[in-house]
Design a protein around this ligand. Structure first.
Ligand code: AMP
Ligand code: GLY
Length: 426
């Protein structure tokens, strides 16, 4: 089978690395890929942008690609799957309609309300005056979200009226997020612990993946600005078997059933970002129409089942209801980032000390580039050093031991990835 992975992040390196382990696969292409995928044996980078749907579809047709797996949300929201399907190509990823669960927060919130799926109370606005009036009668903190895709920057947890007003004005008045900020969703602040719950589905059969937890903020103790994610680990101990069942019953099953009622067959990864409170109530914070980054890296390090077989079956609407096989160990990934990220950062620094292959530690690349055997930085999140251990404490130790050897100018990383699970272990 000839497989194309679309994207250039750590998620896509992990997808390609995992796909390579499948006996079904003869050829793997990654468009555009990164320095990590370029350095893997039997993985080929293709110089096509992940958002260039036209060129990607031509490549897939011209190279007899049997299965395309789409990593990032932008091509999905822009209809890459529709295009591929119209050409008779198998594409694992939701269609444009289905991807609205991530592409429009208003659509997602209205959908959740219609199907009585638990989420924070909210209102949405496209009128500045009405939005500001709403703030007068709100209590704080409150959460302001740009409706559309904003590369992880569209959410503000506002501690007071003036922060909320600023966030609303940025969307509706200053158009900081362009069209993505034509509407804002203003929602209730939820307390609790977050978890990522991702399933693989063809729109009928649902295979839940192992749970995970992501660290979204830049600094230790979950402080500082939001990022794409500074590290993740799997499993997330907060997702006990009881919580797992609750998530399936109250969130995942009604979502897939609701989509069917809307005439949408959701094929792809569906990512529910959840808040779990002290009373063990589960509420949806967000849906993503794709795998998480960096959640993919630790989750796929634990997956023993054949990912390509599953995605291929799903893309044909023939996913079999099996129990996925998992490595019982914990996997934990720490993101190494460029100084300045998530704001301005520099690129082009050579990375020193990258380790050779090991069975329990894998360095997944994100913003890197390979030139003449030299790997240089090429993005904000640069590497995700991921390790397996008998528990979170051991996985964390192994990941940080590896990180100590890696260096480039101005690199930084959090030193507390997995802290909640580690406290539970001790
Ligand atoms: P989102 O992109 O909607 O997941 O938001 C990004 C981050 O903002 C989440 O991971 C949470 O940490 C935080 N967040 C979003 N919505 C809420 C909410 N209603 N209550 C508390 N925190 C939130
Ligand atoms: N790690 C969060 C995300 O992929 O959206």
């Amino acid at each position: 089978m000839r497989v194309l992975i679309v994207g250039s992040g750590g998620r896509e390196h992990a997808l390609a690395w995992k796909a390579k382990q499948s006996n079904l696969v003869t050829e793997i292409y990654v468009a555009p890929g990164n320095g990590g995928t370029a350095s893997e044996k039997n993985i080929n980078n293709v110089d096509i942008d992940a958002e260039d749907i036209e060129k990607l579809s031509k490549f897939a047709l011209g190279n007899s690609i049997d299965l395309t797996i789409v990593g990032p949300e932008v091509p999905l929201v822009n209809g890459i799957t529709n295009k591929f399907q119209s050409l008779g190509l198998n594409c694992f990823g939701p269609t444009q309609d289905a991807a609205r669960l991530e592409g429009s927060k208003e659509f997602m919130k209205n959908f959740l309300t219609k199907y009585q799926i638990p989420t924070a109370a909210y209102e949405s606005f496209n009128d500045l005056k009405l939005a500001l009036e709403h703030l007068e009668k709100s209590s704080y903190p409150i959460v302001v979200k740009a409706d559309g895709l904003a590369a992880g920057k569209g959410v503000t947890v506002a501690q007071n009226h003036s922060e909320a007003e600023k966030a609303i004005r940025e969307c509706l008045e200053e158009k900081t997020f362009g069209e993505a900020g034509n509407k804002v969703v203003v929602e209730e602040f939820l307390k609790g612990e977050e978890a990522s719950f991702i399933v693989l589905t063809d729109g009928l059969t649902i295979l839940p993946l192992a749970s995970s937890q992501d660290h979204k903020t830049r600094d230790n103790q979950d402080k500082g600005p939001n990022t794409g994610g500074m590290g993740a680990y799997s499993p997330a101990p907060i997702v006990t078997p009881e919580i797992h069942q609750k998530i399936m019953d109250q969130v995942i099953n009604p979502t897939i059933a609701g989509l069917v009622k809307e005439g949408i067959a959701y094929c792809g990864f569906l990512y529910a970002g959840l808040m779990i409170d002290q009373e063990q109530n589960v509420k949806v914070l967000e849906f993503n129409c794709r795998f998480g980054d960096p959640e993919t890296q630790p989750i796929l390090m634990r997956l023993r089942s054949d990912l390509v077989e599953l995605c291929y079956q799903a893309s044909k609407g023939q996913l079999k209801a099996i129990d996925l096989e998992w490595d019982p160990r914990v996997a934990l990934g720490v993101v190494m980032a460029a100084g300045g990220y998530p704001n301005y950062y520099e690129k082009g620094y050579p990375i020193k000390g990258l380790p050779s292959e090991s069975k329990t530690v894998k360095v997944f690349h994100a913003g890197t580039q390979a030139e003449d055997d030299i790997i240089t930085t090429n993005g904000g999140r640069v590497l995700c050093v991921t390790a397996l251990g008998k528990n979170t404490t051991e996985a964390q130790l192994k990941a940080y031991n590896c990180i100590k050897q890696i260096n480039w100018k101005n690199c930084f990383y959090r030193t507390d990835i997995g802290h909640r699970a580690i406290i539970r272990e001790s």
